[in-house]
Design a binder for this molecule. Structure first.
Ligand SMILES: *Cc1c(COP(=O)(O)O)cnc(C)c1O
Length: 363
C-alpha cells in the first residue's frame, strides 16, 4: 500500500540535526518561551515577509487569539468559507461571534470574492479567507471589499506555508495571518504548534499578552488571557525544518506537475491554478462524480487516499444550532461529496507517484 503521507521520512532525513536540537533545548534551562521561541518567531516572520510573528500552541488558537486581538466578541459576525476545515469556524464561535459562511469558487475551492459583499451586515467585523490545500485565495478583491466596508482581514494559512499570491509570500497581506504547524502541514512540528504573523505592532503586542495569561510582566495580569504558548522544543524543531521548507515545497510541486500532466484525460477533475497563484500543494485534491467507488478502487489497487473534508462545517452536529439544512450551501456540499486527496508529500518517491498515476488511469 502506498501511504497517503510518510510522516517519519522528513525526520529521518534530518535525524542528526534534530538530535542536536533536543540536547540544546534540554541543556538550555528554558522550557517556556525564551530564546528558541524568539529565534523561530524572527526567522518565520522574515521567511513570510512579515514584521512580526507570535508563536502560540496550535493553529486553532492562532485563529482564535488573532480574532480576539482584532476585537471580535459576542454578537459579532465573521465571514468564513463554507468549505474549510472546521477550525476556521470554531475560532469564530470561541469568540462568542457567529460564522457567516460564503460559498467558494468551485474551480479553486477558495472563497469567491464576488459573493462576499452580499454577506456583510452591520455586525460583520472580519473577513476570514482560507488558503485551502496550499493555494492562495484571491486576496486583492477581498482586501478592497474589506477596506470599503471598514472590516479587518484575517487569513487562515494553516495549509499555505511558503505559498505566494501575485509573487509575494503569504504572511502579511491581511491584518493578521494564522498558521498551524500540526505535524502533517507543509511546515510541521513533532506535536502541536501555531503562530500569527502581522505587520501591525500593536496587534502583535496584544497577541503576546493574550497567549500568556493576559500578562506582560510575571504575576501582573492586564486582561483575562489564555495559556497558549509555542513550546520551545517545537520552536527549535521548526527552526531546523524551516531551512528545508522551500526545497520540500519544490518537491511537492514536481509531483503536482507530474499528476497534472499525466492525469489530464483520466476522468477526474484536476485542481485549477490561477496565474496569480503559486500554491505549495499541501494537498492534491481531485474531484470524481462517484468518489466513494473511486476511492475504494484505488485502495484495492494499493493507493491510500483521504477526503478533505467529508462533511462541511454547517452539516456537522456541532453547528446544528445554525439551522443550515441540507442544500443550504450547495457548492460546499457538492465538493464534500466529490473531493479526493491523492498521496502528496516531499518524500513521496517518484516511482510511487507513477504507480498512483497508473492506478488512477485504470480506475
Ligand atoms: C490544520 C488546520 C487548522 C488548525 O490547526 P491545528 O494546529 O490543528 O489547531 C486550521 N485551519 C485549517 C485550514 C487547517 O488545515
Amino acid at each position: 500500500m502506498i501511504p497517503f503521507l510518510d510522516l517519519k521520512a522528513p525526520h529521518q532525513e534530518l535525524q542528526s540535526e534534530l538530535d542536536e536540537v533536543w540536547a540544546r533545548v534540554r541543556d538550555s534551562g528554558w522550557y517556556i518561551l525564551g530564546p528558541e521561541v524568539d529565534a523561530f518567531e524572527q526567522e518565520y516572520a522574515a521567511y513570510c515577509g512579515a514584521q512580526h510573528c507570535v508563536g502560540v500552541a496550535n493553529g486553532l488558537d492562532a485563529l482564535h487569539l488573532a480574532l480576539r486581538a482584532l476585537g471580535v466578541g459576542t454578537g459579532d459576525e465573521v465571514i468564513v468559507p463554507s468549505n474549510t476545515y472546521i477550525a476556521t469556524w470554531l475560532a469564530v464561535s470561541q469568540c462568542g461571534a457567529v460564522p457567516v459562511p460564503v460559498e467558494p469558487d468551485p474551480a479553486t475551492h477558495n472563497l469567491d470574492p464576488e459573493r462576499v459583499e452580499a454577506a456583510i451586515t452591520p455586525r460583520t467585523k472580519v473577513i476570514l479567507p482560507v488558503h485551502l490545500y496550499g493555494q492562495p485565495a484571491d486576496l486583492d478583491p477581498i482586501l478592497s471589499i474589506a477596506r470599503r466596508h471598514g472590516l479587518r482581514v484575517l487569513e487562515d494559512a494553516a495549509q499555505a506555508h511558503g505559498a505566494r499570491y501575485k509573487g509575494q509570500r503569504i504572511g502579511a497581506h491581511g491584518d493578521a495571518v494564522a498558521w498551524s504547524f500540526y505535524p502533517g502541514k507543509n511546515l510541521g512540528a513533532l506535536g502541536d504548534a501555531g503562530a500569527v504573523t502581522t505587520n501591525d505592532p500593536e496587534l502583535a503586542d496584544r497577541l503576546r499578552v493574550l497567549r500568556n495569561y493576559g500578562s506582560r510582566a510575571k504575576y501582573v495580569n492586564e486582561v483575562q488571557g489564555w495559556n497558549s504558548r509555542l513550546d520551545p522544543l517545537q520552536a527549535a524543531i521548526l527552526r531546523v525544518k524551516l531551512a528545508h521548507l522551500d526545497e520540500w515545497n519544490a518537491r511537492r510541486a514536481e509531483i503536482a506537475a507530474l499528476y497534472l500532466r499525466e492525469l489530464a484525460d483520466c476522468g477526474v477533475v484536476l485542481p485549477q491554478v490561477p496565474d496569480w497563484a503559486q500554491p505549495v500543494w499541501h494537498l492534491f485534491v481531485v474531484r470524481h462524480p462517484r468518489r466513494d467507488d473511486f476511492q475504494q478502487r484505488l485502495a484495492q489497487a494499493g493507493v491510500q487516499t483521504l477526503i478533505h473534508y467529508p462533511i462541511p462545517p454547517h452539516r456537522q452536529q456541532a453547528y446544528a444550532g445554525l439551522g443550515l439544512a441540507e442544500g443550504a450551501l450547495p457548492i460546499a456540499e457538492r465538493l464534500a461529496a466529490e473531493v479526493l486527496s491523492l498521496p502528496m508529500g516531499p518524500h513521496l518517491p517518484h516511482a510511487d507517484a507513477k504507480m498512483i498515476i497508473g492506478a488512477v488511469s485504470e480506475c
